[in-house]
Design a protein around this ligand. Structure first.
Ligand code: MV4
Length: 662
């Protein structure tokens, strides 16, 4: 077996490969860009080499640089992961030319799948079912018209050079054909430099079902069940599962055999995936072959109990496949959800930012998390915005769905937008639970996938208040001070002078709360109603009883920003401004610090005329800002601290001569 390999990738897949290699006793060399110096894959590897600036084109796509590093480090093989150089024939060839094993298929197999029409011809010859249509090289418009008639409508024009859904056009009838053909050719010419078209019968409600195949260097080829990846958005997979719900054993075997024939037709070696369109009537048709380990391979691992990266390493070393077809068994059901930094409410615009708070579900036989990031990491514009893959397994699909719903609720991220709530709504939806899967799933069920918030606004505000006040108490053990606002035993009369105001901003709206507090019991006035709240905070976990309803939320308070997590949903608010009733703490004409903290800003000068309620000093304590305001109209007579100073609780910050005192 290899004793040292180089991983020509980053993120979760680099980490995942290193994990298996280490388990097998293989040393790992990572490569990294300037943006990834502190990345998890670099930390996990035995050694790592800087290969260039952040941009992929300057680093992870630099084939020569990576081969140079492989040689320098003494790596015997390169694992390309997925994306980047994984399906680059020149890179595969360059590895071999330099005596480094490419952990993937021979470059000829990658090349054979590069053209759609050539691939279809090979598959046709190998007896792999194709969607009825035309894939010839003669592109004479008259001939294409005749082929269109033969094919029937609706039909699909596909660019020979296209892929991933680009360059496709549905044609409903012959009347539309000429215009559609001309337009499709123009698009394909512009996008791929090749105007040639395929004609296919258009399947209106297909599913995406793909077969995992594996071939060794000795001519053996097998399949490891299938995956259903129908839930996609703009040709991006969102959820994947194994096995494909509702597939009969006959179809599974027929599809598996066809996939192995497809692989063997191109002398395939290693892990590959043959994608099929699967129609409601059980028929299936070759779509394309991916000549790499795929993002969604973990669901296959979960149901087969095999480690596909281990298989890849063994096959690349020259070992025979670990199992023969009859030994491949599947058990239970696995589902994968791709967690992305993106904003579902803004048409899934990729999001960037810092993973300021990151809490993941506990891993077990039922839950697996494949990720390349840790708390504090940045999701930048430079790479794919996938944060993690969450994979669950259980005996039945039903149970696996429940596991996924729960695991998504335990996946908590603050600091940037994610699709977690969208995934939760999708998995938890009736159509998904019923396995009503087609490639139109998201478009068809859109209204279900953007549900209303899980908590109503006022309740969320009350819980937010409880979280903020409890965190403040735990952060400042100063209750021994009788002057501390926290030590004060409020009377239980709402709207009394002792009620603390708390303003929480949600979106553009500021919500004014009034809070009475006695130990961990609160009365909160929000939206015109009084709520009774018991709250206990343990780190990020708030256990609450809200008007008799026992519930719990997690939260993260950073600067003035609070994010609460509840049943897969998040509630965000900003502490707008607050006062601890300073009028009661400080004597007339003086203003004291309500707590230990730092002066962030001094907003007045000696001699300034100020009016009651005017903000004079901004303090920061426990990562929250507090405005110190003038208790009455007056003139600033003295300022005791400057911006940046640390002050102790009770320290006089500023002195004012009030009108009455004059
Ligand atoms: C199709 C099809 C319906 N009929 N071909 C999209 C990606 C490309 N590789 C093949 N695709 C399709 N080909 C025929 N004859 C529908 C799709 C399709 C699709 C396929 C798989 C997963 C998601 C999809 C979303 C839209 C369209």
């Amino acid at each position: 077996m290899f004793n040292k390999i180089l991983i020509a990738n980053r993120g979760e897949i680099a980490c995942r490969i290193i994990q298996t290699a280490h388990r097998m006793g293989i040393r790992c060399v990572a490569v990294y860009s300037e943006a990834d110096a502190d990345a998890r894959h670099v930390a996990m590897a035995d050694e790592a080499f800087l290969i260039g600036p952040a941009a992929s084109s300057e680093s992870y796509l630099k084939a020569e640089k990576i081969i140079e590093v492989a040689k320098e480090s003494g790596a015997q093989a390169v694992h390309p992961g997925y994306g980047f150089l994984s399906e680059n024939t020149d890179f595969a060839e360059a590895c071999e030319a330099n005596g480094i094993a490419f952990i993937g298929p021979p470059s000829s197999a990658i090349a054979a799948m590069g053209s759609k029409s050539a691939a279809k011809a090979i598959m046709d010859k190998a007896g792999v079912p194709l969607v009825p249509g035309y894939h010839g090289s003669d592109q004479d418009p008259e001939l294409l018209r005749k082929e269109a008639e033969k094919c029937g409508f609706p039909l699909l024009l596909k660019a020979v050079a296209g892929g991933g859904g680009k360059g496709m056009r549905v044609v409903e009838n012959m009347g539309e054909f000429d215009d559609a053909l001309a337009a499709a050719k123009r698009e394909a010419k512009n996008a791929f430099g090749n105007p040639d078209m395929l004609i296919e019968r258009y399947l209106t409600q297909p599913r995406h079902v793909e077969i995992q195949v594996f071939c060794d260097q000795h001519g053996n080829g097998i399949y490891l069940a299938e995956r259903d990846c129908s839930v996609q958005r703009r040709h991006q997979k969102v959820l994947e599962e194994a096995p494909a719900p509702g597939l009969s054993e006959e179809t599974r075997k027929a599809m598996g055999d066809a996939a192995v024939r497809a692989a063997q037709a191109i002398n395939y070696v290693g892990a590959g995936t043959v994608e099929f369109l699967y129609d409601v009537d059980g028929s299936f048709f070759f779509m394309e072959m991916n000549t790499r380990l795929q993002v969604e391979h973990p669901v296959t691992e979960m149901v087969t109990g095999q480690d596909l990266v281990e298989w890849q390493l063994k096959v690349a070393w020259g070992d025979p496949l670990p199992l023969v077809q009859e030994q491949v068994k599947t058990r239970g059901h696995a589902i994968e959800a791709r967690i992305y930094a993106e904003d579902p409410d803004q048409d899934f615009l990729p999001a960037t930012g810092t993973l300021r708070y990151l809490s993941t579900p506990a891993e077990s036989a039922h839950v697996r998390v494949d990720t390349g990031v840790t708390e504090g990491d940045e999701i930048s514009i430079h790479y794919d915005p996938m944060i993690a893959k969450l994979i669950v397994w259980d005996e039945t699909r039903d149970q696996a769905v429940n596991r996924m719903v729960q695991a998504l609720e335990h996946y908590r991220i603050a600091g940037l937008k994610t699709n977690i709530r969208f995934l939760h709504a999708t998995v938890d939806s009736q159509p998904f639970r019923q396995a009503d899967l087609t490639t139109n799933f998201i478009a068809t069920h859109e209204s279900l996938l953007f549900p209303k918030p899980k908590l109503d606004l006022d309740k969320a505000l009350v819980l937010a208040a409880g979280f903020i006040l409890e965190q403040r108490k735990s952060a400042e053990p100063t209750t021994a001070d009788p002057w501390s606002p926290f030590a004060r035993k409020n009377s239980w009369r709402m709207n009394s002078e002792f009620a603390q105001p708390l303003s929480l901003q949600v979106g553009d709206t500021i919500h004014e709360l009034k809070i009475l507090e006695r130990d961990d019991r609160y009365q909160v006035l929000a939206g015109g109603s009084v709520y009774h709240l018991n709250a206990r905070l343990d780190e990020d976990y708030l256990q609450a009883v809200l008007n008799g309803h026992r519930l719990s939320v997690h939260g993260n308070l950073h600067n003035n920003e609070l994010v609460l997590f509840y049943e897969g949903d998040t509630f965000k608010c900003t502490v707008y401004q607050e006062s601890y009733g300073l009028e009661d703490v400080a004597g007339e004409g003086s203003l004291a610090a309500p707590m230990n903290g730092a002066i962030v800003a001094v907003q007045a000068k000696v001699g300034d005329k100020v009016t009651a309620g005017q903000s004079l000093v901004i303090m920061e304590a426990m990562k929250m800002e507090h405005a110190i305001k003038a208790p009455a109209d007056g003139v600033v007579s003295e300022i005791f601290y400057a911006e940046g100073d640390q002050v102790a609780e009770g320290a006089e910050l500023i002195a004012i001569e009030t009108e009455e005192a004059e």
